[in-house]
Design a protein around this ligand. Structure first.
Ligand code: AMP
Ligand code: MG
Length: 328
């Protein structure tokens, strides 16, 4: 069985083609970048997706050397409604044309499943850090559950918003990482952990002030050290609580070498395994949606009208038909 997966939850339109053995035949994408000084405008991202969709689908089929897949998977949430609708509309259009079923996939779980597959892990905790999302997720009692998350903005958004403040182009994360390497002095920034959750909005407010009095390199260094320590603390607590000994770090922010290092050290100290999948699988991509489609094929349907977007779809609402309880 071959599955074609479509990702369009936020800024990226991605198309992946994956076999039932997990072989990735194609994984192409195009990302909407807002103009300098701006954040993501959902209607602009939607227009971008509409423009690139057909070419990317064609390119993916060409790379995979197939005429059509046996199944279409599409990320139906969580995400920005205008963007989600582009992906779903395309999925339905293609499914009708090819006469194949569709399965709706949860974007966060797709990140976890591709990470699990690429690391060959059995039952990991995932620290998912992207532009809009910051969550700690693991499988427990028959469902994926959120063990900790941001109370306000995603960590990537914090980095990008801070970047806008100091004139760094979007996405600011990689530039902040570079500057942080030259930082020498730790400046105190609010350490905001509340139970299992973290909060970044107060940090952003504080940074507006901090940046006026300090060197940019030092602020970047302190921003990374503080926010990453917050994330590693709650992740470690989730691992201890669930008694799991594998960690996957994923999402666009997982490209950060310092965050990877802090996670790796924490895992080593616990005797746990750590994996940060390659960035083409860690960022938003179509292959992860296709792979989750293969796993969730029991949920596929040709009754296309039954499938709709779920912009606020929580992981604990997802039926996980591919994991047997005896594994737990
Ligand atoms: P995603 O939403 O998963 O596509 O990830 C995009 C986010 O990752 C943006 O907010 C980027 O600023 C952030 N990002 C990318 N690379 C890095 C990095 N090396 N360090 C920190 N953040 C990063
Ligand atoms: Mg994502």
């Amino acid at each position: 069985m071959i599955c074609l997966g479509i990702e369009s939850t936020a800024h990226t339109f991605g198309v992946g083609i994956v076999t039932e053995w997990g072989e990735i035949l194609a994984n192409v994408r195009n990302m909407y970048s807002p103009p300098k000084g701006w954040g993501i405008d959902p209607s602009k991202a939607k227009e971008h997706h509409e423009k690139v969709a057909d070419k990317l689908i064609e390119k993916a089929l060409e790379e995979a050397h197939i005429k059509k897949p046996d199944l279409i998977a599409v990320a139906i949430g969580p995400g920005l409604p205008p963007c989600l609708l582009v992906g779903l509309k395309k999925a339905k259009e293609l499914a009708k044309k090819w006469g194949v079923p569709i399965v709706g996939v949860n974007h966060a779980i797709a990140h976890l499943e591709i990470g699990k597959f690429s690391a060959n892990f059995r039952d990991p905790v995932m620290l998912y850090v992207s532009g809009g999302n910051t969550q700690i997720i693991a499988f427990e009692g028959g469902k994926y559950r959120v063990f900790g998350e941001t109370e306000d903005m995603g960590i990537g958004n914090l980095f990008d918003s801070f970047g806008r403040l100091v004139g760094l182009e979007f996405p600011a994360g990689p530039k902040i990482e570079k500057l942080a390497k030259k930082g020498e002095r730790y400046i105190e920034i609010p350490y905001s952990v509340k139970g299992m959750d973290v909060s970044f909005a107060g940090i952003y407010t504080k940074l507006k002030d901090t940046i006026k009095k300090n060197k940019l390199e030092d602020v970047c260094f302190s921003l990374q050290e503080t926010t990453f320590a917050m994330l590693v603390e709650v992740t470690e607590r989730a691992m201890a609580h669930t008694q799991k000994n594998e960690l996957i770090l994923t999402g666009g922010v997982s490209a950060n070498k310092r965050l990877q290092e802090m996670c790796r050290i924490m895992c080593e100290e616990r005797g746990a395994s750590f994996s940060a999948p390659p960035i083409e699988l860690a960022g938003d991509n179509g292959a992860m949606i296709a792979w989750n489609g293969i796993l969730a094929k029991k949920e596929a349907t040709k009754n296309y009208d039954k499938i709709d977007i779920k912009p606020k779809w929580r992981v604990d609402e997802v039926k996980v038909s591919w994991i047997e309880d005896k594994e737990q």
